[in-house]
Design a protein around this ligand. Structure first.
Ligand code: F6R
Length: 352
């Protein structure tokens, strides 16, 4: 175990500088927005729908876009995590092909299909095969800075798409929201950073509480659902632990019944409920009733409130807390948060 007040030990165990990447998130978001504003627009006389195709850390930005857009966009946004695209994709579907490395085979396959179907495509990548293909095809290409783990590049893999949607008139201007989000993240950073000791640092405190437990993260449809999914992925990839997520109100119709057995497992579950002021009033009531129902059946339960005024700021404030928590938890397990050897192995084994 690495103690969370031992800055040197944390740095030594952090071979990919995940802490540095977390520190840079507010600046990354500001830069990512500018990249979107400066990007070439795809040629499309009409856009009836948007599909983001990508995997893992490159897909979650699509989920953020989908969630954000659902309440405000004039067209549907879908996320595709597959080799093939949904059948409805055609010349009026804007397709974002997103792969941080540019070499993810599922995304390359979906990119090719989008081109064959005549869909306007925008590629977002650091380069790789996707960058080369987009260059050859004359497809608008947003090149984002390399050197991060894809999951640490969530600003780069989300905000350029948001910017393009706004520039295409599919959502209202969002500049002010982006500025507020950067300000909220900057303020939050001063409370989450490694230099802030455990009792005052909410991410360190939560990491300690999660140690030895399996996090189950619950969000709510339309607000924090995607953030719950992000927390789960970050616990998996950074801390290398099992973790699960679900969303209200759906979980009230199945998952909630499963808190009776097996006792040995329930004793090691830790529930995190993510809350947003925009959660549906009935969902807020459900959260309160559900928390009372399960609190004594699990090892722990904590509710975490989003910070900030705008939807963007609130989504990202929760993401930031989860990201820091997962990296601190990695250190508590004595684990290097950066490398994801199992994913690398799988990609290699598939290529062989
Ligand atoms: C690694 C990570 C992975 C990758 C995924 C797809 O940090 O988060 O989930 O994002 O394997 O790879 P890319 O993003 O390069 O297309």
């Amino acid at each position: 175990m690495i103690r969370l007040d031992d800055l040197m030990a944390m740095r030594e165990r952090d071979s990919m500088d995940m802490l540095g990447a977390l520190h840079g998130l507010p600046e990354q978001c500001a830069r990512a927005w500018e990249l979107g504003q400066a990007a070439a627009l795809p040629k499309a006389d009409r856009v009836d729908g948007v599909v983001v195709t990508g995997l893992g850390g490159s897909a979650i930005g699509g989920d953020l876009l989908r969630t954000y857009a659902a309440a405000v966009a004039s067209v549907p946004v879908a996320v595709n995590r597959d080799y093939v695209l949904p059948r409805h994709v055609g010349p009026h579907t804007l397709v974002f092909a997103v792969s941080y490395s540019g070499n993810t085979e599922e995304t390359l396959s979906a990119y090719r299909e989008a081109r064959e179907k005549g869909a306007p495509v925008v590629a977002i990548t650091t380069g790789g095969r996707l960058g080369a293909l987009a260059g050859e095809d004359g497809v608008p290409l947003i090149v984002v800075p390399a050197g991060l783990a894809p999951r640490a590049a969530t600003g780069y893999l989300f905000l350029p798409m948001l910017s393009l949607l706004s520039r295409l008139g599919l959502i209202a201007p969002v500049e002010e929201e982006v500025a507020e989000m950067v300000a909220v993240l900057t303020e939050l950073r001063s409370r989450l950073e490694p230099g802030v000791p455990a009792p005052e640092n909410p991410a360190k405190t939560l990491a300690w509480e999660l140690l030895g437990n399996v996090p189950v993260v619950w969000g709510a449809s339309g607000t924090t659902e995607v953030v719950a999914q992000r927390w789960k992925g970050q616990f998996n990839e950074n801390a290398k632990i099992a973790a699960y997520w679900n969303a209200f109100p759906e979980l009230n119709h199945n998952e909630i019944v499963g808190f009776e057995h097996p006792r040995q497992v329930l004793d090691h579950l830790y529930l995190v409920i993510l809350r947003d002021p925009d959660d549906h009033p009935r969902v807020k009531k459900r959260m309160a009733i559900t928390a009372d129902l399960v609190r004594h059946r699990v090892s722990g339960l904590k509710e975490i409130e989003a910070a900030g005024r705008s939807r963007l700021a609130r989504m990202y404030s929760l993401i930031y807390i989860g990201d820091y928590t997962s990296v601190y938890l990695a250190f508590l397990y004595g684990v290097d948060p950066g490398p994801v050897r199992v994913i690398d192995y799988l990609k290699q084994a598939m290529a062989d």
